[in-house]
Design a protein around this ligand. Structure first.
Ligand code: FAD
Ligand code: DLZ
Ligand code: SF4
Length: 509
């Protein structure tokens, strides 16, 4: 048999990844490469780049310890070809091996680039996921609407997670009704896990600081896990200390606590240091032992085997043009405040500041603060998609794009979400402690101090009326709008126009 190159990408750091399973340790060469093309397709947060490069170096070391031959290219190696395809060609020339095994990348851009290479390329399905592309397509075929809830039930049946025979554990598939409480600010929660950078990470941090120091985001302090062993510690920390409150406080936002009861495991899961089913099994064990309630465990499992698998299915089913969809025809540029420019909106200031410092914001901050504001302000969904892809440590296109284009911006016309996730300031006020310290007043609907979410909410509803008013989930809001006096509606619309004008002229809002 001829010698083959085995490609392992920065988000494929799993010892049993398909390409490695297809390889012969005694004969083949594992190719791993730090390349500028991957570092610059969007201006990634420096913490994200450091996490990936450090985890890649640790993983390469583990492979060598297991007896693999690894051809590893560092970003600053003189002969670095600068791109993944370029590195494969260089290694092929160097070794004489022209056959490649790769696990299908999580982004169309890279899939197309690999398929175009003049090498004997075998692309293996990434089977770290529960649902294959074929299974997702079979499920989706012929359905008018692709609702996550039904897909999720299939995944419960397939994995047996939280199942009692054919029935859902606890008698219900979904315990969301018990969730979504605001969190009291004085709740005492354990601090998240910190991992002090070792020598490998320190070297990466210096490299990232030199090459990407001007990107948006703080590189240091850096305390992410960079190995599977550390990621398992982070998982253990979450399931034993924070999981019990996960359901209750899943949607809560607090100024003094960026994490509340969230797990912070998405970066590790997405780069392959953890596996979806092992995480869920560990969470279910806590419920079985009576240490975590069903609403918390079911809610957590649903995010991983439901939402995460479902958005991946949508991304690959919809194809490369998904990221350019723009059903609401929004074209405004991204306001500078998303890159840290001053804003008087306390909620946005906190969500963006936390993103800058930690490369993390939890789901409701992404959906109901930054996403909601961009949707209300009519920002181009593609531009916003590039922002989300850049600024979070867990951001890879297969998971980020459906969340942004579909769930958050309704830019796929309702394929993923049954209605746009827009809200006035009331929702943020209910779920957070942001409004009390804000320049604006959440109670005021018009005037100088009116919360911009309040003004823009009605502006959005009015300008998209022809498309949205037949949606039964929006009908109540249109009735409320119609009950307002014509003068009041006119004032709101004029002030909304002025707010959009101020945003587009770069004024501090
Ligand atoms: P937890 O709240 O503890 O949830 C547990 C796990 O469930 C997460 O680690 C994640 O793996 C999974 N999960 C939860 N919600 C989702 C979801 N909607 N889609 C997919 N998986 C989910 N998630 C990413 O992993 N990468 C992204 O680039 C990303 N971009 C997003 C962009 C927008 C606009 C929105 C609204 C959401 C995005 N999400 C993304 C989903 C979600 O916000 C993050 O998975 C979550 O905040 C990660 O933090 P955590 O690990 O503390 O999650
Ligand atoms: C995100 C990223 C970065 C910043 N750098 C690298 C890299 O140098 N080498 C690599 O193999 N992968 C990197 N990645 C992850 C890839 O961008 C990711 O594999 C694709 O986007 C597909 O999901
Ligand atoms: Fe955000 Fe409005 Fe509350 Fe200020 S008043 S924090 S802008 S929701």
């Amino acid at each position: 048999m001829v010698k083959r190159l085995i490609l392992v990408l920065g988000d494929q750091l799993s010892h049993d990844i398909a390409a490695l399973r297809a390889a012969d340790k005694a004969r083949d060469i594992v190719v791993m490469a730090e390349v500028m093309e991957e570092g610059t397709y969007v201006p990634h947060h420096p913490k994200k780049i450091a996490l990936i490069l450090s985890a890649m170096r640790h993983f390469a070391q583990e492979l060598r310890d297991e007896g693999w031959t690894v051809a590893y290219t560092r970003l600053d190696d003189a002969e670095n070809a600068g791109s993944i395809p370029g590195e494969l060609l260089r290694r092929a020339d160097e070794s004489g091996a022209h056959a490649v095994d790769a696990t299908r990348p999580g982004e169309w851009r890279l899939i197309e680039a690999l398929e175009a290479l003049p090498l004997d390329m075998r692309l293996h399905e990434d089977d770290r996921f529960i649902c294959s592309h074929r299974e997702f397509d079979d499920w989706a075929e012929g359905r008018k609407q692709l609702r996550m809830e039904y897909f999720y039930r299939e995944m419960r049946r397939k994995t047996g997670l939280l199942m009692e025979g054919d029935a859902p554990a606890g008698g219900k598939w979904n315990f969301d009704h018990d969730n979504r409480k605001p969190a009291p600010a004085d709740m005492l929660r354990p601090a998240p896990c910190h991992f002090a950078p070792d020598e490998i990470t320190q070297e990466v941090l210096d490299l990232v600081s030199a090459r990407f120091g001007d990107n948006f985001g703080a590189l240091r302090p850096f305390d992410f896990a960079t190995t599977r062993a550390q990621a398992l510690e982070a998982l253990e920390h979450f399931v034993t200390r924070l999981l019990p409150g996960f359901g209750d406080y899943q949607d809560a936002m607090l100024q003094g606590d960026p994490y509340v009861h969230h797990s912070l495991i998405s970066p590790y899961l997405n780069i392959g240091l953890l596996y979806p089913v092992e995480i869920c099994r560990r969470a279910v064990e806590e419920w079985q032992a009576g240490r975590a309630p069903i609403n918390a465990v079911e809610g957590f499992v649903r995010q991983i085997i439901g939402w995460r698998e479902y958005v991946r299915g949508i991304y690959f089913r919809e194809g490369p043009d998904y990221v350019t969809r723009n059903a609401l025809e929004h074209t405004a540029p991204l306001p500078a405040l998303y890159w840290g420019a001053e804003t008087r909106m306390n909620c946005v200031s906190h969500a963006v500041g936390q993103t800058r410092d930690l490369a993390y914001a939890h789901h409701i901050q992404r959906l109901m603060v930054t996403g909601n504001f961009a949707l209300l302000a009519g920002v181009s969904p593609t531009v916003l998609h590039e922002w989300y892809l850049a600024v979070y440590a867990d951001a890879f296109e297969w998971v980020e794009a459906p969340n942004t284009i579909g769930m958050s911006q309704f830019a796929d016309g309702g394929l993923l979400a049954s209605k746009p996730y827009v809200s006035s300031g009331n929702y943020i006020h209910k779920m957070s402690d942001y409004c009390g310290d804000c320049h604006y007043s959440v109670r005021e609907k018009t005037g100088e101090r009116a919360c911009p979410f309040n003004l823009l909410y009605w502006h959005f509803m009015d300008r998209h009326r022809p498309r949205l008013e037949r949606n039964p989930r929006m009908a109540q809001m249109y009735r409320t709008w119609d009950r307002m006096s014509p003068e009041r509606r006119e004032t709101i619309l004029q002030e909304g126009d002025a707010m959009l004008e101020r945003l587009s002229s770069g004024e501090v809002v």
